[in-house]
Design a protein around this ligand. Structure first.
Ligand code: IPE
Ligand code: IPE
Ligand code: MG
Length: 242
């Protein structure tokens, strides 16, 4: 089968994902413009990435913009686009220094040529075979859209006799997904809501899920460490009797 069979999960375990929610409400509660909430949110990302490297986490997967977020006001979307470019310009040198490998996934083409080429530049600049942390950013991503893309991809490969129906297994789905990591160990959502909002539907099958009542701009390094420490105490049974 021509699908890349290289595993997406590094042997050094612990794949963390975060739904960084609450930027808008944080801005409103501080009498600021919504875009200032997103700007503050990017500053928090920098701190959490640094801590992830210190904690020896293998991957950090962040929800930056969902497929559904396209229905937000144009001005807010424009502010987010500008922040993505600013964040890449400002943070890539530090990422290189920390050996952090940056990857974007989702329908990034919808953001336009300027962002697409910035992303390519950043991914190439941070590429390394011996990285410390895989930093994956979901941009224009939706879990259901990913399923749809995978389904079409499988159908195309079956029709062209590249793969046989009997050969399709869970690994096929993982490998064809746009998500750069297979199994999320710990999923954190800030902002107080207890929902998934179309994030990594397939990859969170056995995740430990933590909901934090704070808005993302108020999330601290200490909160993050607490989440990780609590995760390490959890007995993960994966359906077995142990
Ligand atoms: C999350 O914060 C960031 C994005 C969705 C881009 P929100 O902007 O959703 O913040 P709230 O939920 O409105 O407070
Ligand atoms: C989830 O937050 C998406 C991101 C954090 C990028 P939303 O604010 O879009 O989710 P809902 O609308 O509250 O479900
Ligand atoms: Mg929100």
């Amino acid at each position: 089968m021509a699908i890349n069979s290289q595993t997406k999960n590094s042997k050094k375990s612990m794949n963390v994902a975060i739904i960084m929610d609450g930027n808008g409400r944080w801005a409103i509660s501080n009498s600021l413009n919504i875009s200032k909430g997103h700007k503050k949110g990017v500053e928090i990302v920098r701190k959490i990435v640094e801590e992830s490297v210190r904690q020896n986490i293998s991957s950090l997967t962040l929800y930056a913009f969902s497929s559904e977020n396209w229905s937000r006001p144009k001005a807010e979307i424009e502010a987010i686009k500008k922040l993505v470019i600013d964040a890449i310009n400002n943070q890539v040198p530090e990422l290189i220094e920390q050996k952090v490998k940056l990857r974007f996934f989702g329908h990034v083409n919808k953001f336009g040529k300027k962002i697409v080429s910035k992303i390519e530049e950043a991914e190439n600049a941070t590429y390394t075979d011996e990285g410390s942390l895989n930093l994956n950013v979901a941009l224009g991503y939706g879990g259901r859209q990913d399923f749809l893309d995978i389904t079409k991809d499988i159908a195309t490969r079956v029709l062209s006799n590249e793969i046989k129906i009997d050969d399709i297994d869970e690994n096929t789905i993982s490998q064809l997904s746009s998500v750069p990591v297979n199994d999320i160990d710990l999923l954190i959502r800030t902002g107080g809501d207890r929902r998934i909002s179309n994030f990594l539907l397939y990859q969170i099958a056995y995740s430990e899920i933590v909901f934090i009542d704070k808005y993302w701009p108020d999330f601290t390094k200490e909160d993050f460490i607490e989440c990780i420490d609590n995760f390490k105490k959890v007995s993960r049974r994966f359906g077995k009797r142990i």
